[in-house]
Design a protein around this ligand. Sequence first.
Ligand SMILES: Nc1nc2c(ncn2[C@@H]2O[C@H](COP(=O)(O)OP(=O)(O)O)[C@@H](O)[C@H]2O)c(=O)[nH]1
Ligand SMILES: [Mg+2]
Length: 393
Amino acid sequence: MFEFFKKRFRKSVDKFSEEVEKEAEKEIKKEKPKKVKKPKEKEIKEKKAEKKKEERKETKEEKEKIKKEVEKKEEVKDIEQEKITEEKEPEEEEAEEKKKGFVSKFREKISTISLNEDKFEELFWELEVALLENNVAVEVVEKIKNDLKKELTEKRILRKNIEKTIERTLKESINELFEQESFDLVKKIKEKNKSNEPYIIAMIGVNGSGKTTTLAKMARMLQKEKLSVVLAASDTFRAASIEQLQKHADRLKVKMIKHDYGSDAAAVAYDAIEHARSKNIDVVLIDTAGRLHSNKNLMQELKKVINVSKPDLKLFVGESITGNDCVEQAKIFNEMVGIDAIILAKADIDEKGGAAVSISYVVKKPILYIGTGQEYDDLEEFKPEIIMENLGL
Ligand SMILES: Nc1nc2c(ncn2[C@@H]2O[C@H](COP(=O)(O)OP(=O)(O)O)[C@@H](O)[C@H]2O)c(=O)[nH]1
Ligand SMILES: [Mg+2]
């Protein structure tokens, strides 16, 4: 899962860090001679003048004594501070202190870096391409880029912390993509059941995204939680869809409500809900026909199913591998009927993972589960850590 993304992302992040460090190196080299020269020349001049003044006053004896002391000090400093040795004409303790202060200040300056925006854009380019190539949505790339830019161009960061700062900023930025409030589905179902009402879930999405398979996986998951379920075969449009769901119902040993092909999908959902009410069943799972927003009739039909069944949860099932298309579809379905949460099916065969990184941020809905295979148990609760681990962050 997300293997390609992981490799490509890691490589680009490492390269980016390396480039920024190289840039820091360059900046330091540029600053060095300029900044060293100015204050030093001034200081040396001052000291020479001072020295002459004092020389006039001093006796020969005193002079000798000071000279010796100075020589001694110089030996020690030679070892400690190669940088300032050449220009050293140390006469007094006070001058020495001044110099030290200046040196440490200078060192601090050369060890911090701040990129200009053009340089940042240039260096970020490869990471940007890596993100886009892995199906990360444009608005998400922009968000990550802006967060990183702020950190690297508006603040001065310690040179030794460049890599750490980049890693930390990326981690925070990507974590923020999953801030949509998630919820405990089983808990919600049990709350609704307290009022003797079934909890109603409708699966929506385009054709082939994994709605029917995911519905069956959810039925299994709910059974494990000791919840009873009934299935509504509201995909009355696609050939063999009713038989496909019937097979799952048989295997899972649950009741399925069906009408004929071409009949009113909303009526099927209605009947299933009535059945659940009369038999005290906890959850109604409504399968629907896959549709594109361009198919007006099917969209109208979906709206009718939603209006009639009034689901507690409208689950958008998207196909992880379709990347940006999946994100765009979620946006459209959200505008059309309003979705509450997302399941990303086929994450197991998605090398990239851009949809998983982007969809929640773009649509402002949480990802509840990811589909990780074709078996009933291949449904995993979604956790942002899955993504962070896969990105090596
Ligand atoms: N590898 C994998 N295949 C899946 C997953 N979910 C669904 N599929 C397969 O995707 C195909 C379409 O699924 P289906 O449930 O019929 O899609 P629907 O048209 O939205 O109802 C089927 O062959 C499923 O077995 C998953 O999480 N992983
Ligand atoms: Mg189906």
